[in-house]
Structure formats: structure tokens, C-alpha cells
Design a protein around this ligand. Structure first.
Ligand SMILES: [Zn+2]
Length: 420
């Protein structure tokens, strides 16, 4: 079998505007194609010649190639590539793990060329990860927060404060705070594990910020919290006792700075007393390109896994696949040791009016479709649910359209395709 290359990788094309794919997309056996054509022919030597350039099409998606070529208007105020500017979104393929479907095609062509058995992976999740980013650990655990709620309750601030809940929280223990919702996700993990026993392991993760002095002046790194505080120690103990894995939530300030990032990592490691290998960027500020300084820092500090790949504004398969992949640099073709885990869905991507702004039942339907694709292709289902979005009453999270606590109740059946 021969895959006939398009001109994508040619010296006079690669990394020029001529290398970008165009619409409408061609198809090969009903599967959209970024490069090449759907033609197939069998030569006189019996070889199957496929004109669909699956290699270039996959490379474009896996390396986030277009981000290197994009204009500044394709990035938002946080420096993130905007999902709705992406080629995959415009082509209507963002919700399809295209590369996984290429795998199905390749295997079927191989079966037609060889006597050897080429089997399909059984539809099943390779793993399910319930992850939380600890942006706001507590609703009210200080006098300052209590005063904030009292002031907010005044008519001047439109009465949006909750002083009584704040007072109850401050007088109780950390686990009584409305943002201490980790047990809800732990119960969901147990439920899912029951449904999926024998299929895959369901894991729970907490990505924690280090809040070092370099983050103090950054509006987006608030609220600040200290890992040494008793309440945070309580959260860390809870994670230890409940088998919740810990990763570093890289601050907004450290996103593009290897030195600051490794400083944050070692601070967190000191508190948990074991090596941390996993990171996720706050605000999903995944760099469009990892500098050599950055990849070297990852290798030296033991960071092996990154969990941000998703667009903040629209959910889907940003890397074109539901499976974890090694980091590849489209500039020099280098394969790095860092593994990228596609983030399937983030809670606020569904609900935020600035993002997808879906109603609860629409969000559930969208998650169901993505999860079905992941399971069909034996991919990894990675969900991001912030602890504060599960607060009760939901208004405490101070985010519009917050239906996530209700939505969570439907998740076991939605993700496993089971009914009552
Ligand atoms: Zn965050």
C-alpha cells in the first residue's frame, strides 16, 4: 500500500500560506481530508495507491500547525488560540477525532492488502479522568471574604452577597465550605468505575497552583492561596486519603516562562513530598509553540504529561485525536518526551455566554456525542470540572448559566450509554 504525498511537506510549500488547507474539504470513504484526494487505484503490481494524504492531514492537526501561521487576531486577550478561528471549527470537523478515523481507514486498507490479521480496537475508553483545577479553593475562609460578602449584600452591590453562608463557612471546618465539592466528584468516580469495571480505570485529579510571589500582581492569578495554610493542607490530605492525583496548575504568569514554571513545580513538590509529573495551564494557556528552553526544563524537572489541549471557547478534538500524543514541533519536526492529553470538555466552555453558551440539555447532548466518539476509538475521556462550579446554591460560583451540579447527575448514564 502506498500513500501518495501531497505537496504539503515540499520545501517551497511547507510553512508558507500555500501549505494551508482549503474548503470545502475532499473526502476519502466519507471521511474528511485536509490534503490529497479520495482517489484510490490498484497498480499492476497489486499495490494499492491511496491519494489521500493522511500523513499531512494528521501532521497539521497533531502539531497545531496553523497556530504558527496565524495572525494575532486569531488569539484572544489571554494569548490563547481561539477555537472558533481554527480551521477544524470552520470546516465543521472539530467534534470529530479525524486522526482516529484515519486509523480505521488505514487498518481496513491493510486488511485488503495482507493476509495478516489487522484488528480494530474494541470500542471502550482507554481511561477516564475526572480533573479539577483549583482556581478558587474556598468560598469563604477568612474575615476578608466575609466582609466581601457583607458588602456585596448591600443594595449598592445589588444584593449579590451571601453573608450568612459565608459566616457558616468561616465558623465551620474546611469541608463545610461550599467550594469543597471534591466528594461529589469522588462519588461520580466511584459510580463511573462501577459502570466501567473491566473496561478502564477512572481516575480523579486535582491541579493546584503554587501562588508564588511572581503571581501576586496578576489579576488572573487571583485568588491567591498558600499551600502552607491549614485549609490547603486539609485539601492535600483529602487527596492523599481519597487517592486523588495531584498535578501543577501552571499560573497565568508562568505560562511562557520555564524558570517560573519549574519554581512553581518544586514548591508544590515540597508540599506533597513526591515528584509531580503532570501539569495543566491556568486559563488553558497552552503555548502555541514550546520553546527549546521549555521542553528542556520539562525534561530536567520530570514533567512528562500535559493536560490542557482543548480550546477554551469551543469543545472538541483540538489535536484531531482522542488519544494521548507526544509533543511534536512543526518547525523542526522534533518529537519530544512530553505527552499531551486531549481535554475532551471543560465545564465553563459549555455554559459561558462568551463560549458555547449551551443550555443544560444541549450541553449534555454535546458531551454525549464527544464521549461516544472517544469510546468508539478507544480514546481517553478527560473532563475538567471546577470545584466552585459545583457549589450549592450555584449562584455562589459567580458564573452565569451554572447548571453543572445538576448536569453531573446525568453524567454516569450519558458517559456509559446506560439507561435507568
Ligand atoms: Zn485555572
Amino acid at each position: 500500500m502506498v500513500i501518495v504525498p501531497s505537496r504539503f511537506f515540499d520545501d517551497d510549500i511547507y510553512l508558507t500560506v500555500h501549505s494551508l488547507p482549503s474548503l470545502p474539504l475532499k473526502k476519502v470513504e466519507q471521511t474528511p481530508l485536509l490534503y490529497g484526494t479520495g482517489e484510490q487505484e490498484r497498480g499492476s503490481d497489486g499495490r494499492l495507491r491511496i491519494h489521500a494524504d493522511l500523513v499531512a492531514s494528521s501532521w497539521f492537526l497533531l502539531t497545531r500547525y496553523e497556530e504558527l501561521m496565524a495572525r494575532s487576531t486569531s488569539f484572544d486577550e489571554h494569548g490563547r488560540f481561539i477555537g472558533k478561528s481554527s480551521f477544524a471549527y470552520k470546516a465543521g470537523i472539530l467534534d470529530t477525532p479525524l486522526i482516529d478515523r484515519y486509523g480505521v481507514l488505514l487498518r481496513s486498507w491493510l486488511r485488503s492488502c495482507t493476509e495478516e490479521a489487522v484488528s480494530e480496537p474494541k470500542p471502550s475508553y482507554a481511561a477516564v479522568n475526572l480533573t479539577t483545577d483549583l482556581d478558587a479553593p474556598f468560598f469563604c475562609r477568612s474575615i476578608r471574604s466575609l466582609v466581601r460578602e457583607i458588602l456585596r449584600a448591600t443594595p449598592l452591590r445589588k444584593g449579590s452577597g451571601y453573608p450568612l453562608i459565608a459566616l457558616r463557612s468561616i465558623l465551620g471546618n474546611a469541608q463545610n465550605d461550599p467550594y469543597f465539592t471534591f466528594p461529589i466528584l469522588r462519588d461520580l468516580r466511584f459510580q463511573l468505575q462501577q459502570f466501567l469495571s473491566g473496561e478502564c480505570t477512572v481516575r480523579q485529579w486535582l491541579f493546584i497552583r503554587s501562588c508564588l510571589p511572581h503571581t501576586k500582581d496578576c489579576l488572573y492569578d487571583r485568588p491567591q492561596y498558600s499551600l502552607h495554610e491549614g485549609d490547603l493542607q486539609y485539601v492535600l490530605d483529602y487527596c492523599r486519603n481519597q487517592d486523588i492525583r495531584i498535578g501543577l496548575h501552571v499560573s497565568y504568569s508562568a505560562a511562557g516562562n520555564a524558570t517560573l514554571l519549574t519554581r512553581e513545580l518544586s514548591e508544590l513538590q515540597k508540599e506533597v513530598s513526591y515528584p509531580i509529573q503532570d501539569i495543566r495551564y491556568h486559563y488553558l494557556r497552552l503555548p502555541s509553540r514550546f520553546s527549546s528552553e521549555m521542553t528542556q526544563a520539562f525534561a530536567e524537572s520530570g514533567i512528562t504529561d500535559e493536560w490542557s489541549p482543548a480550546y477554551a471557547d469551543v469543545a472538541g478534538f483540538r489535536l484531531g485525536t482522542s488519544r494521548p500524543v507526544r509533543l511534536m514541533d512543526p518547525n523542526d519536526g522534533m518529537l519530544h518526551s512530553l505527552t499531551l492529553h486531549p481535554l475532551t470538555v471543560m465545564d465553563c466552555t459549555m455554559s459561558d455566554p462568551a463560549y458555547m453558551h449551551l443550555r443544560e440539555e444541549e450541553a449534555l447532548g454535546y458531551i454525549e456525542r464527544l464521549a461516544h466518539s472517544v469510546r468508539t476509538h478507544h480514546g481517553e475521556l478527560n473532563l475538567l470540572i471546577h470545584n466552585h462550579t459545583l457549589a450549592s446554591p450555584p449562584a455562589l460560583a459567580r458564573m452565569p448559566n451554572n447548571y453543572h451540579r445538576r448536569l453531573l447527575r446525568s453524567l454516569p448514564r450519558t458517559l456509559t450509554g446506560t439507561s435507568d
